[in-house]
Design a protein around this ligand. Sequence first.
Ligand SMILES: [Zn+2]
Length: 408
Amino acid sequence: MHFDLLIKGGEVVNPGGQSGRLDIGIRRNRVAAIEPNIPAESAAQVVDASGQIVTPGLIDLHTHVYQHVTFWGIHADPVAARSGVTTWLDVGSAGAFNVLGFREYIARPSVSRLYALLNISSIGLTAMTGELANIEYCDVDLCVKLIEQNPDLLLGVKARIDRNTTRGTGLEPLRRARTAADRVHRPLMVHIGGGPPSLNEVLDLMRPGDILTHCFTGHDMRIIDDTGVLLAAAKRAWDSGIILDIGHGAGSFSFETAEKLIDAGHKPDVISTDIHQMSILGPLYDMPTCLSKFLALGMSLEEVIAAATVRAAAAMGMADEIGTLRVDALADVALFRILEGDFPFYDVHMNQRNGKQLLRNTMTIINGRELPRSADGPIAPWIELSENQTNLVARGHSPDKLAVTHCC
Ligand SMILES: [Zn+2]
């Protein structure tokens, strides 16, 4: 047999590479061929992808998957199997004091590819917020040491900068995160929300290749002014090569901000979910739902897939291996149906927009193997449905019904 697995008859959307009606031959854990009309007889197993979209396995640049140890963490594999997300970057759930547990108990047994940014706070996101309130926890030497000892897992540094996380420590945690990122020559991801500090103060400490997450927030560190125009400092930062990443989450995505920016031609570089205990039951749900919102906002299918594959891979410095279906890339593949209809979508403020298309994952392949679909991990006992989630339930979007739609 020439191939172990053949994905046949699908419409391939492979940004930056070959796209169109193509078949994909997989040998062991690598893409071995991407060509039209590969004979079924050449493979040990054939997947009929007719009528479906075939993409590189999606990459989620903003996740929280340190389950049972940190406040926000969910279990990645069950969500990967029903969402097409094959690579997960956990951003700051772990800090220096608990990252070895992340490595041993989360990353090592995971089927999904897991990587992390190390929180500048040594305690990471064990609690809901306030991780930067004690400046002694922002230990640059320790952060650098752990990244240098775990370079295969830790791709950079994370700092959540808003008034709740810093609680009076101001910009000092960000300055320390900047120093740590510079010393390991890896990117810094900064979260923004409600200031102080101000957006400008944050941008002054960021460099090309760094990632500004929650970039379409509606809170007062947002990147547009009151008339909806992109701020000059944000434009300079974006033009210089700072990566703008969505990080939808439960508090950080505003349709109003998104519409103002996209209508003016400013599309996000990366679309990520910020999936966690508080967002997985809505209004985020998962990556395909998040991408469908951007289809509703007028981005094309190719654009939203690029924002969740090649662009995210480049931000992680892994563009040769993941986020692409080119020959010799890792055999991570996602299959989707595009449902046509009238679908309500909500931002974190419960503003509604309707879309005509809903992406639904039908199969997820990692290292050439299909992930089995299974029940999601439990929601943590300290989580109660938020006001937004309660509203969604009232509108008929109960988590149960969504679970049914998710598992087509
Ligand atoms: Zn987050």
